[in-house]
Design a protein around this ligand. Sequence first.
Ligand code: TEU
Ligand code: CA
Length: 547
Amino acid sequence: MKQWWKESVVYQIYPKSFADSNGDGIGDIVGITEHLDYLKELGIDVIWLSPVYESPQDDNGYDISDYQKIYKEYGTMEEFDRMLLEAHKRDIKIVMDLVVNHTSDEHKWFKEHPEYYIWKDAKDGKEPNNWGSNFGGPAWSYDEKMDQYYLHCFSPKQPDLNWENEALRNEIYEMMTWWLDKGIDGFRMDVISMISKDQNFPDGELNGLYGDHQPFVCNGPRVHEFLKEMNEKVLSKYDIMTVGEAIGTTIEEAKKYAGEDTNELNMVFQFEHVEEIGEKIIGKWTDKPIPLPELRSCLNKWQLELEGKAWNSLYLDNHDRPRAVSRYGNDSPMYRVVSAKMLATCIHMMKGTPYIYQGEELGMTNAYFDHIEDYKDIETINAYREYIENGLITEEDMMNCIKTIGRDNARTPMQWDKTKHAGFTTGTPWISVNPNYLGINAKDALKEKDSIFYYYKELIALRKKHPIIVHGVFEPLLESRKDIYAYKRVSGDQELIVVCNFTEHETKCGLFEERAGGKRLISNYKTHKKGILKPYEARAVLYEKNI
Ligand code: TEU
Ligand code: CA
C-alpha cells in the first residue's frame, strides 16, 4: 500500500482543550467539527485525536473505561461519526489514540477479568517490588478482595493490562477492528513500548523515593512479538497509519518498531530530545534550558541512524510537553514570532512525518501560572506534593520546574479570538486560559499574512511541492556551532540547505554565500544581511547541483 503517511503532516487535537461547543467549559467533538475548515486552511492531512472514549478522566481520558463508547462530556457516537465524515469530506484523515497498556480501574474488565491485569502477592507484607509510578507513589496498589497488589505504571486508576494473556490481546484486536471498520485512518499507540513486562518484576534502581520501572517495562521481551501479532491480525488489513509512543526506545528498538520490513508500526515517537537530554533537578523535572548542541546531536542521530531503515516522527510539542516556543525558542514579545517560525523550519525540513500540536501554529506559549491550584494535571500535582513533602525539592524550585515543563502548559484552551476565555468556551473553562490570548489567537493570525499560522501553512505546502523534503537524505552541517543548527537534504541533483539561528544574537554564517543560484524556499525574515544570520533567523534554500 502507498505510504501516504510519509508525505502527511499531522495535527494533534487534545479534545478537552480544543473547542467547547455547548458552554460546559469542556472541549468536545462538535467543537472539533466546527473547526475543521480552520485545519483545512492550515493544510494538514491527518488529525491525531487524543482519547475521546468513556473515561472517569483521572488522566484526561488516558484512563479508558469503555473503548467503544464516547465520553459523555465530549459528545455522542453520532457526533463522532459526523466529525469523521466531515473530516473525510475535507480529505483530512482521523487517527485515534489507542491506550492499551492500561485501562481505567472502572473498565468492566477490571472486575470481570482480573486475569487481564497484573496481580502479585505482597512481598514481606508490602508491594511486590520497589517500582514507582510515573504519577507518584508506588506502582502497585493493594486490592482487599483479591488480597493481592495490581501493577499501575501510571495512576492507581490506570491498572496495566496483562498482554501475556491471549484472550486479552484478542479483545484488544477486536476493539481495534471495530474502530477501523468505522473508517478511522489509524492509531497513535500510547506507551506501546511498555506492553511486554519482564515477568520477573525485579526491583529497579532507586530514583528518588522508588525504583525505576522503565528498564523492566520498556522494550520488553515479547513487545515485538505482540506488535507483529497485532499487525498480522489487524493493522495489515487496512490502509492506515500507525505511530507508536515508544517511551524508553532506542535507535535499535525503533528500527524494530518502525522498520520498513518488520511488520509492526509505521513510525514511533522517541522521547530523547524532549525528556532525556538536558540537566534535570529530580526525575524529569527541570527549569533549565536545553542546550542546542544536545538537541542537535540527538535529532541528528535519529535522522542519520533511521535513514533507509525506519521512519521518523518529527515533533517538539504535544499534550505532555511544554509549548515548543517556550521550551526551545524565545517566547518574549520581541522574539516569540520569529523564533516559533525558526523552530517550525528546523523541524519541518527534516526527514520524517511532522506533528503540529494544537496552538503550536499560533505560537501559543507556556501558561506560567504562579499557584499550584491553577494546575490540573495528575502528574504535576502528585509530583509537587510528593517531592516537597519528602524534602526532595523546594516549593519555589518545583514551581519553576512546573512553569518550565509541566504538561498543563500545553493543555490551556486553544486561543481562538479576543472574546472572553479566548473564544474557547462561553462557560467556565476546565483550566484557565492563558491571559496572553489577547495578543495570541487564531482570529488575529488569520488576518495577519505574516503570522506563524501562515508560515506553517507555507511549510506544509512546500512539503507537497518539493519531494526532496520528504525523501532527501539528511546530512548535518556546522556541527560544532553552539548557536546554529544547519543541515542539508540531498536528492538526485538537488540539495536543500537549512540554517537556523537558535539565539537572540546576530551571528556569522557564510553558508549561503558559498553557493550561487540557490532558490529560497522559505525564511522567517524578509531581508537578509550577507554572511549574517539575524536573531532566530531561519532559511531553507534549494540548490540544483552541478551549477
Ligand atoms: O504518556 C507517556 C508518558 O509517560 C508521559 O506521561 C510522559 O512521559 C510523562 O508525562 C513524563 O514526562 C502517555 C500519554 O501521552 C500521557 O498523556 C498519559 O498520561 C500516559 O501515557 C498514560 O496514559
Ligand atoms: Ca463542551
